[in-house]
Design a protein around this ligand. Structure first.
Ligand code: NAD
Length: 473
């Protein structure tokens, strides 16, 4: 196998973060920078992506974000004072189509977080087989302290500041943490006011139904998690659990992804043993009443204290006795610190980046399987794609068409990941030998997991597209 002596590897550190952590005499703090984590995950794919090394610098190009836009957003607050916010939009890669990715309002929003989330979107869209690249956006703010008016002003100012960095054929935002259909409606309206006389509906997805939105978008992420989990279990890879019915499920996060997941998994016969939000965990080992917890959340703003549950810290739900754990909150929740205490047999990631690379190693050692974010939570972006098609064609899809098409997409990508995983495991000695030849002295490859397999499928597709297009000019 060609060694590619002057390939992209040489700029990279020789060893992965995990290896360094293992070798260190002093316990090192785990690197929780999302962009470093995205890089570690990307590096893990490279030994398996054929010929990536053959094109000089290709690996660096595929990882680098195409465009980073930072905007300053002054907003007149309700008290009459001007508050200045920072907004970001990162387009990671548009090789396979326009940028696609949510907009998040959260205090933790920072350039590296948005870069990581945009990178994961590139891999997610490629894996789902939809014609989009990856993008993400966010505003650093505490949405719990914003009035509706302030949120609307902030959203409009952000979209005006981004100008033609977004557009139906350049970059198409969607909802993410603490943004919703209403926020998407304001985004559409702002963009539309700046582009009179054109069909601007496809500029943003996740819109209200009365504004070109698609039926099933709000439940799509959770439904995708369900379809992925169902397909994986039906494959018989976890002999003790072949269906969702009867499984005990714990869910971290009770927003769009987590709350719908609780309902959908319950409807499929699962027992929901715990949910959580920022207020804490609501636990019930014998099963909680999802409707009652939802009603409590609606009236009090928190899941803690819901009838029939006991309370714990926000992270407690991750350690609940359960069969399936669904992290549906945010990044870096399952880390080297708590991975030893996870009791689930299967983790289906509704959130983006909930598990760190260090935790992945611990979970694998403990025989815990992970359905990774770019596979398990792709339902949202897949139905966003349907909404975009619906808007471009001035059509209206019905619920059955959306659900059947979503199931088909998620089953197909889950099958592709399982097949690639099997191939990587079967040919591990060959990949090992090839890697050693390319990088003499490199540590042995660790046994593949489904996260690496999913990223290998995705990066392989992004690479094939880049090769087919060539490097401009
Ligand atoms: P959301 O704003 O609707 O809900 C977030 C939930 O997480 C809230 O219940 C909040 O209380 C909870 N939460 C936040 N921090 C927490 C913590 N530290 N501990 C416990 N709970 C916490 O957001 P969402 O749209 O449901 O997004 C959740 C995750 O799913 C994010 O990682 C997001 O990127 C991912 N995701 C969302 C979509 C989508 O379509 N909305 C699609 C794919 C992935």
């Amino acid at each position: 196998m060609a060694a590619g002596a002057d390939g992209p590897w040489k700029e990279r550190p020789d060893r992965s973060t995990i290896e360094k952590l293992n070798e260190s005499e002093e316990p090192m703090a785990e690197d929780l920078n999302p962009h470093s984590i995205a890089r570690t995950q990307y590096d893990n794919t490279l030994p398996y992506v054929d010929s990536l090394v053959g094109w000089k610098g290709m690996a660096e190009w595929l990882f680098a974000p195409e465009k980073i836009v930072t905007v300053t957003l002054p907003v007149v607050m309700d008290d009459g004072l001007v508050h200045t916010f920072q907004g970001y939009r990162v387009i990671h890669n548009t090789g396979r189509g326009p940028g696609k990715g949510g907009i998040r309002f959260h205090p933790s929003v920072a350039e590296d977080e948005v870069k990581a989330l945009a990178t994961w979107m590139t891999w997610k869209c490629a894996l789902a087989g939809i014609p989009f690249g990856g993008a993400k956006g966010g505003i650093t703010c505490d949405p719990s302290k914003l009035s509706l008016d302030e949120k609307r002003h902030l959203t409009r100012r952000f979209i005006a500041a981004l100008g033609d960095n977004i557009g139906p054929h350049t970059d198409v935002p969607a909802p993410d943490m603490y943004t919703d259909a209403q926020t998407m409606g304001w985004i559409y309206d702002t963009y539309s006011m700046m582009h009179h006389g054109t069909n601007s509906l496809p500029v943003v997805t996740g819109k209200p139904l009365d504004l070109g939105g698609i039926v099933g978008r709000s439940t799509a992420t959770a439904r995708g998690v369900y379809f992925c989990t169902e397909r994986f279990l039906a494959s018989g890879r976890l002999p003790k659990m072949t269906t969702i019915a009867g499984a005990r499920v714990a869910i971290q996060g009770f927003g769009n992804a987590g709350r719908h997941a609780a309902t959908i998994f319950r409807d499929a016969g699962a027992v929901i043993v715990g949910v959580s939000d920022t207020s804490g965990s609501a636990l019930a080992p014998k099963g909680l009443d999802v409707a009652k917890v939802g009603a409590h959340k609606d009236s009090t703003g928190r899941v803690v204290g819901a009838p029939g549950t006991t309370s714990g810290s926000p992270l407690k739900v991750l350690e609940a006795e359960c069969d399936i754990l669904i992290p549906a909150a945010m990044e870096n929740q399952i880390t080297m610190e708590n991975a030893d205490r996870i009791k689930a047999a299967l983790i289906s990631e509704a959130a983006n980046g909930p598990t760190t690379p260090g935790a992945d190693v611990i979970l694998a050692d403990r025989g815990i399987t992970v359905m990774p974010d770019i596979l398990a939570n792709a339902g949202g972006v897949v139905v966003s794609y349907f909404e975009w098609v619906q808007n471009l064609q001035n059509e209206e899809w019905d619920e059955k068409r959306v659900d059947d098409s979503l199931r088909k997409h998620i089953y197909r990508s889950t099958d592709a990941v399982m097949a690639r995983y099997d191939e990587m495991v079967a040919n591990l000695p060959m990949y090992q030998a090839r890697w050693q030849e390319m990088r003499p002295g490199a540590p042995a490859l660790r046994h593949p997991d489904y996260r690496i397999a999913a990223a290998v499928v995705a990066v392989g597709r992004a690479k094939a597209t880049a090769e087919a297009r060539g490097v401009w000019p």
